[in-house]
Design a protein around this ligand. Sequence first.
Ligand code: FAD
Length: 429
Amino acid sequence: MKTAIIGGGAAGFFLAITLKELCPQMHVTIFERSQHLLRKVKVSGGGRCNCTNTFEDVRDLSAVYPRGHRLMKRLLKGFSERDAYAWFECHGVPLTVQPDHCVFPAAQDSQAIIDCFLRHARRLSIDLRLSTPITSVTPASPLLVTTPSSATTPSVSTEGSPEGSPEGFDFVALTTGGQPRLDSLRWLADLGHEIEPPVPSLFTFSIEDPALRALMGTVVEGAIASIPGTKFRATGPLLITHWGVSGPAILKLSSYAARHLADNAYRAPLAINWTGLNEEQARAELTALLAANPRKQLATLRPFGLPSRLWHYLLSKATASSTSAPASSTLASSPAEALSKKTLNRLVALLTADAYTIASRAPFKDEFVTCGGVALSAVNPSTLESRHCPHLYFAGELLDIDGITGGFNFQAAWTTAHTVAHTIAATLK
Ligand SMILES: Cc1cc2nc3c(=O)[nH]c(=O)nc-3n(C[C@H](O)[C@H](O)[C@H](O)COP(=O)(O)OP(=O)(O)OC[C@H]3O[C@@H](n4cnc5c(N)ncnc54)[C@H](O)[C@@H]3O)c2cc1C
C-alpha cells in the first residue's frame, strides 16, 4: 500500500510519521515542491517555534480559531494539546511552557522540531522527494499524482518517478499549507471541492496619524481594539509602532476581522480603549483619582498605569478637541481639581474609545496565516476525507481553519494530521 503526502511542512511530516508508526508496512512518500523541508517551522515563533499552547486561558475555541472552531472542538477530542505535548516529549523534544501558556521546545530553537521530524522520517524510511511540486491528483483507483513534468508545464526533475508519468497511490493527503492565491486552489475546485477565497490573517495596521506614530515603542498591556459598527474586538497588549499599531490585541483583531477587512480593502475605523475598562468604570476610577489628588498636576497622575507619554498625548488631544479647555500645556500643568466636567467627559471618551482610521494592512509579515482554503463542507468532519474524491484527505492550513497567535496554528496542523493518519490506518484494518 502506498500513501502520497503532498507538502513537506508541519502537517505533512506529522502525518507521515504518525502513519508510518501505525502502519509500518505502508510506503509513505512526502512530495515537497521546494528544495527546503519545514521552512515555516524554521522561522516560526521568531525562530523558537511556538508549537502548541496549554489552552488554559481558552474558554471558547472560537476565540482562538476564528475559522474552524467547531471542527477543532471535535478533532481535539482525538488529539489534544496535551497529546501533542506528550508526542513531542516522547519523540525526543523536551518542551517548556511560558507564563502566557505558549509552549516552545526547551532548547528555544525551532531546529529541535525539525531535527526530530527528520530523524524519525529517516528511522521510518519515509521517502522524501524535494523540488517536486504536485499539480494535480486524478480521481482513479489508485489515485494518480501528477508533477509538472508529467503535465504540460516545464520540466522539473523528480527523483524516483519516471519523468512525465503520473504515479499511482492508494491514499493521498494534501498538506500544502495556506494558499494565498485562489488560482492555486483552482484544480481542487475543479474536482468539486468548495473553496473559501483565501485572504491574509494576522497582520498589523497602518494608521496615518503622526501624533500617534510619535509615540512609537509605547506598549499598553490591557488595551481593547475594536472595529466600530461590527462585533470584532480583541483584548491584549497593544504596541504603537512607526507605521501604526501592532501587538497581540491588533494581531487578534486582524484575525477575527480578516474577511471583513479584506472586503473593505483594509480601510476601516478603529477604536482603542486604552484602559481595558468600560466607560462607567473608567470614569469612576479617573474621578476617584482626581478627588484623591486635587492639588497634583494632571500630567503627573498617570491613571490606569498608562505610560506617561501616552497620558500626555491624551491630555493634549482632549484639549485640542475642546474649545473651552485650557491650552494643552496649561491643562497638563493644571491641578486635578481644575478639570472641567466637559474636559473630563472628553478624556473618558478618549481613554475608552479613541478613534482612528486603519489606512492599510502593514506590509510586515511578523506572523502570517491564510484565512480560507478548502471549505470544511468539502470534507468528512470525522475523517477529513474529501467528500468528492475517495481516499483523498486534507490536513493543516490548506483547510479553512486558522488560529490566532500562541501555538494554535501548529496545534491545528498536528490535530488534523493525526486525524488523517488514523483514518488511513483504520481503513487498512
Ligand atoms: C513567520 C511565521 C511564523 C509563524 N509562527 C508560528 C508559531 O510560532 N506558532 C504557530 O502555531 N504557527 C505559526 N505560524 C503558522 C504556521 O507556520 C502554519 O500554520 C503551519 O506551518 C501550517 O502547516 P502546514 O503543514 O499546513 O503548511 P506549511 O508549513 O506551509 O507547509 C506546506 C508545505 O507544502 C509545500 N507545498 C505547497 N504546495 C505544494 C505542491 N503543489 N506540491 C508539493 N509541495 C507543496 C510548501 O512548500 C510547504 O513546504 C507561523 C507562520 C509564519 C509565516
